[in-house]
Design a protein around this ligand. Structure first.
Ligand SMILES: [Zn+2]
Length: 288
């Protein structure tokens, strides 16, 4: 089972979408589909599936700017996304819940849709001169008509890692998490640092422990709203963790303790393939 939001079936059509005639033809393609969000959640059909329509069906819907966003091609079928005015439809299904139960491809398409639509909602005006931006390339980018600044959808890299030493790993918990849950550490990268440096800094900030080396395992787009999770195993020096920053408690775990935790009540927190945290933990469990 692949991580949710990875291995999207879409070819983004990055070269074709710059041609307005291609985007127009895609909108009129009989197999074209639009996936609908509202307020970041998923608009559902009466049969409790994500509500997917043809672009022509959106003519009577209250779409938020910029209207239809070209997501890419699944084989020859064009996919678009649109965000509906919240007061024009019932509340959508919570995005996490919707993508936990959706099939893999639909969840990946929803992830791309949410990242781009959230960016549009926050970037109506040029961040350089405050003029309303104009969509281009199927609304996959914005250009300011006044100062010509180009604006592209955000991707915010974040490191997520499981620190370990010998036969034990360190996990932490955040105050907002369900009682008893411990998981990997994570944090956004900062300008001017490498992935390895961000990993070492975050482990030091959250536990006071020192990273010896970091090894890349996998990455996962995380559309809340536009993070790219970069997953690492971090070998650390032994020592007593001191929780700080956004971590309220951090401690050492044996493999047996981790198995007990994750094969017990934590299973209800979400399916294992939903988060890269679980993949890192499973990778470590299998390595010993
Ligand atoms: Zn501007």
């Amino acid at each position: 089972m692949h991580l949710t939001f990875t291995r999207s079936p879409l070819d983004h059509g990055a070269l074709q979408r710059a041609d307005p005639a291609f985007v127009e033809a895609s909108r009129n393609h009989p197999a074209a589909r639009v996936i609908l969000l509202t307020n970041g959640d998923v608009v559902m059909s009466p049969d409790a599936e994500p509500h997917i329509v043809h672009p022509a069906e959106t003519a009577m819907m209250a779409l938020q700017p910029p209207g239809l966003v070209f997501l890419g091609l699944e084989d020859d079928a064009p996919w678009f996304a649109a965000s509906l005015q919240p007061d024009s439809v019932p509340p959508g299904l919570d995005f996490r819940r919707a993508t936990m139960v959706a099939d893999h491809d639909t969840a990946a398409i929803l992830g791309r849709a949410r990242a781009i639509l959230t960016w549009h909602a926050r970037r109506r005006y040029c961040s350089n001169c405050a003029t309303p931006n104009v969509p281009h390339d199927g609304a996959t980018k914005l250009i300011c008509p006044s100062c010509a600044t180009e604006h592209f959808p955000r991707t915010d890299p974040s490191v997520i890692m499981l620190p370990f030493s010998g036969d034990r790993c360190v996990m932490g918990r955040q105050p907002a998490w369900p009682p008893g849950l411990f998981a990997t550490l994570a944090g956004f990268m900062e300008p001017g640092e490498t992935i390895e440096e961000a990993c070492a800094r975050e482990v030091r900030e959250e536990t006071g422990l020192k990273v010896i080396s970091a090894r890349y395992i996998a990455s996962q787009p995380w559309p809340f709203p536009s993070t790219l999770m970069i997953g690492l195993m971090a070998e650390i020096e032994p020592g007593e963790p001191v929780a700080a920053d956004d971590i309220e408690e951090a401690r050492w775990f044996t493999r047996e303790e981790v198995r007990e935790l994750y094969e017990g009540p934590m299973m209800r927190w979400g399916p294992p393939h939903y988060s890269i945290s679980r993949l890192l933990i499973d990778t470590w469990l299998k390595s010993g």
